[in-house]
Each structure stands twice: as structure tokens, then as C-alpha cells.
Write a protein that binds this ligand. Structure first.
Ligand SMILES: [Zn+2]
Length: 469
């Protein structure tokens, strides 16, 4: 293994060491990039573990000075021995997959400490808002309206800079941006939240800025880990600067999890235990799982409900036909019974059994809270963005609905599309998007007259509308 000690001994520069790293560990990766650059691929993704294994010091330096080391890395890529007709002049190197101690949920780390010590971190969570992709000027050409001379300025993240004076007539403009002579890249702003199963309510969030080939890769509802550099922006109130700062991330790499899957750390013992259950060593696996649902609510009358909840949590496969038709992979459950018979306890405690679960109360529920809403807030600088509702947030898990009978009829109708198709088409405020909603619904309702009448058919005692049932 090489170390920085070897490097000094060999008088190798950092760039030379990184070229050697790329040659030894990413020969194929660089080759593929060279073939596909620039239209199909513009980035080489480096696994942090590979870098750490190759050279501890460089890997650790990367966490502390990601901007600088990344420049060396990209220089190494440009100097790499490539076929004569290929130049990777603007290719990116993206270091990804940081160890667990450098990967956090939003709000679960000290921004001060991270910013001071090792600002390169991974942030894991669910995307709750994503802006449109906008062109962002990186190299601006200012054309003087008086003499026509072009003055070029490299624009950075620290706000938009205009020339102090024209390079031709030395007057202060006025200028106009010459689009043909300027360079633009795609840019997008993303808001990442603690996952609902971690937050247990409105989660803490962090805003992330991504550029070029990372822009537009993800959408609202996606589960991701974004690696990048934590930065601080001073808060303002009107024109007044405040003494507090807002942390944000400049995203360098995105790993998308399957949007309907959740990563859970499983120990070896737990794995063995699960295997024993699946193999039937403790009895019928469905019975074993059912017993773990709301142990405080017990009695024979609940057994089949608990089995149904297990099946709703587990789900089957969703099959999408070529014609766009969908074979549903989930089941939905409605518990109807007299008040105070444990319905709410059953469905609410199912939360601790489901890897992903979002709760909705029927009373006061709004359509936007079920599907998605278009919002215009501080996040979007006055533009409309999509905010995920319960069915989108719970994709791959269950939606728990208490007091379904109190839910306004229009909100109940809004549940039909996501339940039937496993996705919703959203068209709001000029934004069109398809969001996945592969969920099992576990709901509870009271009978129409408050109590069950054992002489009337059940369906007539539930006032929910025939389409939903
Ligand atoms: Zn001029």
C-alpha cells in the first residue's frame, strides 16, 4: 500500500499520485468515461473506500479540503494518458460512498463542527422539494453597450459579479450578457429531509445545490444520499445581516436508493433470527409476524386483522405492463368497528413494524397532503415546486389513516388514483410530474350511526362511497 511517506520519497506530486491511483484502480472507469464524454457521461465516480485503501492521507485530506483535492483529481484526469482525440477538459471527479460516521440525516449533526473540521459529508434522506433545472452562468461574457468590447468574468457561488469597468473603453458599462460567448451549466436546488420514519413528524431539512450532470437526476419523493461540501450562508432579515448562518450543501455526488426500498442496518443475529422465522422454525411465519403487531391489543378477534396488516406491510411485486397498466402489488385494509375497540391502536402501532409508514388523520385531511402540492416559499425563490404528500412519502410502505369516515369526500376521491395505479400524475402550477405511490393503506373508520347495528348489512353502515370500497 502506498502512503504519503512513499510519495515524498519518490518526489511524486499529488497530481502524479492521483494519476497513479486512477491508473491502478479506475482504468476501466476512465476508459468508459473517455468513450462517452461529453454527451453521455461527464463524471467519474470514485468510491471513498478505494481511495482510503490506496492512501489514507489523501482520503482524509479529501474530507477536510474537498474543493482543493477535487481540483487535483480533475487535473489528474486531464493529464491521464488518453487517446489523442479525447480530452476530458471539463469532466468531474465525484467522491462518493463515505463511511457511516461521515454520513448523517439532516439535522443530526453539528454544522459548526462539520464546517470547521471535515466539511465533506454524506447526507441521507428523502427529497421533499426539487426546483426546475435552470441554466446557470459560469463564465459570463459582458458586452459593453458603448464600445462592444467583451469582458469575461468567472462566476462563482458567492453571488453574481459584474465587471467594474469595460476592458475596452474603461467606462462602467452599461453591459449586457452575450449568451453565445458565455458558458452555462444546468443547476438545481434540492431540499432533503429526515426520512419520516426517523423524524416522526415534520423532519429537519437541508438545501442542496447540484450542477451539470447531477441536475435533474432526482425528484420529489426519492430516497438519496448526497455527498458534498457543507457551507454556511449568513441569514438576513430584510436588508439586515444576522449573526446566525444557514448550513447548505454543495452536492458532489448522488446515490439514489430504489425509491420503494429502505436501508435498514441488520446485525448478524437479527439476520439469523429473520431466517429462522422465514424457515418456519418458530411456527407459521405469518402468525409469528402477526404476533409482533400491537402486542398490547390482543384477543382472538384481532388475529386476522393483524395478519392482514402484516400482508399490507410486506407487499408483493407491482407489475407494470407495456401499455402502462399496473397490477397492484399491495393490499389495503379498512377496519370498521364501534368506538374504543382498539382500531386506532392497531393501525398506529403498525408504524413500528413497517420500515416506512406515514400517518394521516381523516379529520382535516387535505387533498394536497395526500398526493402532492405545489408550493412557493423561501425554498424556491418565488417559483413553484412540488411538495410530497403522504402517499408519495410512504412509497414502498404503508399509509395509516385514522377516522377515514371523517375525511372530506374530495380527499377520499384523491386516494383512488394513487391506490389503484401505484403512482400519481401531478399537474400543478405548470409542473408536470409522475410520482410513485406504491403503498398499502391501513385505515380505520367508525360505523355510520356511531355503533354497529347487527341487523343491517355492513356495507350500508359505512358511509364512504362505493368507488373507494
Ligand atoms: Zn466599453
Amino acid at each position: 500500500m502506498s502512503t504519503s511517506h512513499d510519495r515524498r520519497k519518490e518526489k511524486e506530486t499529488l497530481t502524479e499520485t492521483l494519476i497513479r491511483f486512477l491508473r491502478e484502480r479506475y482504468r476501466d472507469g476512465v476508459g468508459t468515461l473517455a468513450q462517452r464524454y461529453p454527451n453521455e457521461q461527464r463524471s467519474l465516480v470514485i468510491d471513498y473506500d478505494e481511495l482510503y485503501e490506496f492512501d489514507h492521507d489523501i482520503a482524509e485530506d479529501y474530507l477536510a479540503k474537498p474543493g482543493q483535492i477535487r481540483e487535483y483529481f480533475e487535473e489528474a484526469l486531464r493529464q491521464y494518458d488518453l487517446p489523442a482525440d479525447v480530452s476530458l477538459d471539463r469532466a468531474h471527479v465525484r467522491v462518493s460512498n463515505l463511511p457511516a460516521e461521515h454520513t448523517h440525516y439532516p439535522g443530526h449533526f453539528s454544522p459548526t463542527k462539520v464546517h470547521n473540521d471535515e466539511p465533506y459529508i454524506g447526507v441521507e434522506g428523502e427529497i421533499v422539494a426539487a426546483s426546475d433545472v435552470h441554466p446557470k452562468v459560469t463564465d459570463a461574457a459582458f458586452e459593453c453597450k458603448r464600445c462592444g468590447t467583451m469582458t469575461y468574468i468567472l462566476e462563482t457561488d458567492r453571488g453574481f459579479q459584474e465587471p467594474h469597468e469595460c476592458e475596452g473603453c474603461e467606462r462602467q458599462g452599461p453591459f449586457r450578457i452575450n449568451f453565445e460567448q458565455s458558458e452555462f451549466i444546468d443547476a438545481q436546488k434540492i431540499r432533503l429531509s429526515e426520512p419520516p420514519e426517523v423524524a416522526g413528524g415534520e423532519g429537519q431539512t437541508i438545501d442542496i445545490y447540484v450542477e451539470d450532470d447531477l441536475a435533474g437526476r432526482v425528484t420529489t419523493g426519492d430516497r438519496v444520499t448526497i455527498t458534498g461540501k457543507l457551507q454556511l450562508e449568513q441569514r438576513t432579515s430584510g436588508n439586515e445581516k444576522k449573526s446566525t448562518f444557514e448550513p447548505y450543501l454543495t452536492g458532489h455526488a448522488i446515490e439514489v436508493q430504489e425509491s420503494d426500498q429502505t436501508t435498514i442496518e441488520v446485525s448478524r443475529d437479527e439476520r439469523d433470527e429473520v431466517k429462522a422465522i422465514v424457515d418456519g422454525e418458530l411456527g407459521d411465519p405469518l402468525e409469528v409476524a402477526a404476533q409482533s403487531i400491537a402486542p398490547g391489543v390482543f384477543g382472538e378477534q384481532y388475529d386476522h386483522m393483524k395478519r392482514a396488516i402484516v400482508l399490507a406491510i410486506v407487499q408483493g411485486d407491482w407489475v407494470e405492463g407495456k401499455d402502462g397498466s399496473v397490477e397492484r402489488g399491495s393490499i389495503s385494509i379498512l377496519l370498521v368497528g364501534d368506538p374504543s375497540t382498539g382500531k386506532s391502536a392497531l393501525i398506529n402501532q403498525a408504524e413500528s413494524n413497517a420500515p416506512r409508514s406515514v400517518g394521516v388523520s381523516g379529520k382535516g385531511a387535505r387533498e394536497a397532503g395526500i398526493t402532492a402540492s405545489a408550493v412557493r416559499d423561501d425554498f424556491s425563490d418565488g417559483e413553484w415546486t412540488l411538495k410530497a404528500g403522504a402517499f408519495v412519502k410512504a412509497n414502498g410502505g404503508i399509509v395509516r389513516i385514522d377516522e377515514l369516515d371523517d375525511m372530506p369526500p374530495d380527499v377520499r376521491s384523491a386516494m383512488l388514483e394513487p391506490m389503484a395505479n401505484g403512482k400519481i400524475n401531478v399537474s400543478k402550477a405548470g409542473i408536470n410530474a409522475t410520482l410513485q405511490t406504491r403503498v398499502g393503506v391501513v385505515a380505520a373508520a367508525n360505523p355510520k350511526y356511531g355503533r354497529f347495528d347487527e341487523y343491517e348489512p355492513v356495507v350500508e353502515q359505512v358511509e364512504l362511497g362505493s368507488t373507494l370500497i
